[in-house]
Design a protein around this ligand. Structure first.
Ligand SMILES: NC(=O)c1ccc[n+]([C@@H]2O[C@H](COP(=O)([O-])OP(=O)(O)OC[C@H]3O[C@@H](n4cnc5c(N)ncnc54)[C@H](OP(=O)(O)O)[C@@H]3O)[C@@H](O)[C@H]2O)c1
Length: 324
């Protein structure tokens, strides 16, 4: 492999545009090809971001021998088949969250990547934000002692529309998979796997959750109170309370640029802005792993994706959320 990493993108919707813009900040990444169900869309996208190849089908893209890694930016329910397609054509994968819509899908994708010795990562960009790196180093240094509770919410108002990806069950709609995943990821990162999960939700006419409230208990008696909603613009902040102080991840906590640490009545504010649209940090992690022939990221290892989905499955079963 050259010292460049050649990228492809499949599914040219909203997030693909933001991601492609950030790929241009990387000195290592080359956005070589894009694929859409519409050739006009692929051609326009390719012109906007100076991409060499525009494909009319995802299959054509995975057959391009130049591509090292494919970014999958399709709706949730397609992540499984799209990831498997890429891996089975010897392409490494960065797949948008959630990696699959259930644990079986997530485990099958991970197994496929492991057997084929290919790089795979779920695109949880939050993990690579400078402010989250700072949070992790503060927690490692026990700056706020031991965590006793976590509170995090993620909510925005989205008009109900049966066709929208957010409400369409066939596309994996609902707040839990789309944004509830972020507070759960934060709780997993700082507290691990809960011993008990309680949850309740409000379901839409399309039978997905528009609101989900979660309460997690841990063996060490720590607690997490988490919510996600498509019904209202909520603060979208996170608070970690410890035995010696607290950390606030300012709005929007999944892509924070400010954190406040409170200890002994004193506040320290850290301003740690992300670059570009915020995706460049995960992009550089993928580039580095691929150039160093690592099959998974040490910062976001695949066991975290397995654990994340296992917790989501427990919430799904509490709120009666099922996908085909
Ligand atoms: N990390 C983040 O910050 C972030 C933010 C937003 C979304 N996401 C994730 O990114 C994924 C895509 O979200 P998005 O907001 O970009 O969605 P979107 O705007 O609807 O784009 C999804 C794209 O998937 C392709 N697609 C293939 N089959 C489809 C089908 N049956 N119905 C609809 N689209 C289909 C389409 O591209 P073509 O027509 O070009 O094939 C479509 O443009 C989701 O899984 C979401 O969780 C992540």
């Amino acid at each position: 492999m050259s010292q460049k990493v050649y990228w492809g993108i499949i599914g040219l919707g909203k997030i693909a545009h933001k991601f492609a813009a950030d790929l241009q900040y990387s000195e290592v990444a080359v956005l070589h090809a894009v694929a859409s169900r519409s050739i006009e869309k692929a051609t326009d996208f390719a012109k906007t971001y100076q991409v060499s190849k525009a494909y009319h089908s995802y299959e054509d893209l995975v057959n391009d021998p130049k591509i090292d890694v494919v970014y999958i930016a399709t709706p949730h329910t397609l992540h499984f088949e799209n990831s498997m397609l890429c891996l089975q054509h010897h392409k490494s994968v960065l797949c948008e969250k959630p990696l699959g819509i259930n644990s079986t899908q997530v485990q099958t994708i991970i197994q496929e990547a492991r057997v084929r010795k290919l790089f795979l990562m779920e695109a949880i960009w939050t993990r690579f934000m400078p402010a989250i790196e700072k949070m992790i180093s503060l927690l490692d240094a026990k700056a706020i002692g031991d965590i006793i509770s976590v509170q995090a919410d993620f909510g925005f108002q989205s008009e109900f529309n049966t066709e929208s990806r957010l409400y369409n069950k066939k596309l994996g709609g609902g707040s839990l998979l789309d944004i509830g995943l972020y507070p759960i990821f934060l709780s997993l990162l700082v507290l691990g796997i809960p011993s008990d999960v309680k949850a309740m939700a409000r379901m839409t006419k399309t039978d997905v959750d528009s609101f989900c409230a979660m309460l997690f208990d841990y063996e060490n008696n720590a607690k997490a109170i988490l919510t996600s909603t498509l019904e209202a613009n909520t603060p979208t902040e996170a608070y970690l309370y410890g035995t010696k102080g607290s950390i606030k991840l300012h709005r929007r906590f999944h892509q924070p640029s400010t954190i406040t640490v409170s200890q002994n009545g004193k506040e320290t504010i850290y301003e740690l802005p992300f670059s570009g649209n915020g995706y460049i940090h995960e992009i550089e992690e993928v580039n580095s792993c691929i150039l160093h022939k690592q099959h998974e990221s040490t910062k976001l290892p695949l066991h975290l994706s397995e654990k994340l989905m296992a917790i989501i499955e427990r919430v799904k079963s509490k709120i009666g959320l099922q996908y085909e």
